[in-house]
Design a protein around this ligand. Sequence first.
Ligand code: HEM
Length: 488
Amino acid sequence: MELISILAGCFGLYLVTKVLYNLHFHPLARFRGPLLWRAFQFPSLAAMLGGKMPYKVKMLHDQYGSIVRIAPNELSIIDDRAWKDIFQNRDFLRPPQYGARPPGVHAHNLISAPADVHARFRKAFAPAFAEQNVASYEPLIRGYFNILVSKLAQKAPSTFDMVAWFNYTTFDIIGDLCWGESFNCLESGKGHAFISVLLHFKAASIATAIKYYPALDALMPYITPKSALTMLQNVFETGHQQIQRRVQEQANRNKVDILGHVLHYNKVTPPSMNLTQGEIEFNGLTMIIAGSETLTTVLCGALYHIVSNPSSYQTLATEIRSAFQTEDQITAASVKPLPYLDVVINEVLRLCPPIPDNMRRAVPKGGATVAGHHFPEGTVVGVSCWSMFQSSSHFSNPEKFSPERWIPNIKDQEQRHNIQSFFPFSLGPHGCIGKSLALLEVRLLLALLFFHFDFESPPGGFAWKWNEQNIYWTWEKRPLPITIKKRG
Ligand code: HEM
């Protein structure tokens, strides 16, 4: 009994000292934020596990300004200088809690790799994402878009959950491009069991939160349900087999895809630069996630906002329908110069950024200056696309869907936008490698859809607002019912 009292006393003393240190003596003590968040880690983790972190951080920026202390050792920053100060410096790496590898995985991927390994990965994947090579994927991509259009046309007029249909499309494409085989979701009209495991972002958030408490993290292998570990093992085993098959086929393939470029890179570079089988597999899985869910978000966001805004709908539909008389005229090259489509996509990326949560980085050795402030090594600094793009310091009427704000040289103060604050694909060495592919897919599919169909929201509008959805690293999307009719 006495021992318990002594232990409790020691713990209490430790806690009081820690809180006093965090609030008054910590190098970040001069930055503002809510008391509990400055004193403890758990409030921000609770917001993250509740799926509300980006919303909460945005509210805190409204209250405290462009730099907010959101945990004892962490700042969220919406000063636009932060983009370049943090993300163009390759020494800013993700904090250890983020981008950790799943149990049993020894190879790194682009997200978890230390700087030198990451540079080797980027070199290996760069050719696959170079603009001219991305253009060569168009026939493959178009094949899947044609299936989507014909599936919608077969049932139209009808109401479709477009989250599901965009998911089928983006997964089939990235499966084919990256693994040499489609998931066949479009043909079957069903999701793939494998995909739901891969997209369990909520579980990933729980694992991240636990990493803040090393004692709890050490218990992870014992407390994680066996079924979850088995599911994860199955995912990696499927990836392993799929990529093995694809590698064996390489000699007989006439189609060039993402993996084809990586295998070619391995052949022509010295072995020390090569990617191992494990690295190819883990990066391949990463591509499947990064190259699907992000696109589904943008496509859903685009339909959600366009059908909710009749004048934008009209302008976009008129632009596309007057530019093309036949479906064959619609190509990646012919849709690229469409000005209204371009500004619509920018506005959707602003209001529905696929990665809305804070992108966190640790200040490197020796400290660094971010947005005019010097921070010691190890400080966690982050930019949240949601807070940055919703800030009235950067955008007038930030909550309003207004593609017009992106029209070059627009003078209207009501349409003000700060381009320096807008990097939905991030930038620098960890910036999105798939940007060209993403923009090709989004432009082409939206043009095809508006060429073939008319779209309507449910009577009275959608039953939920886009920003009522939970966010676990990305949006936990609710079904998006849209009535689709063939154009006459
Ligand atoms: C509109 C769609 C997309 C958006 C807005 C987007 C945005 C982003 C952002 C913001 C990052 C940086 C994340 C961070 O630093 O934490 C990123 C990284 C990445 N993206 Fe994308 N992305 C999109 C589509 C794609 C596609 C289609 C692919 C591949 C097929 C892809 C592959 C990747 C990869 C592999 C990374 C990690 C890069 C690295 O760390 O070196 N993304 N993306």
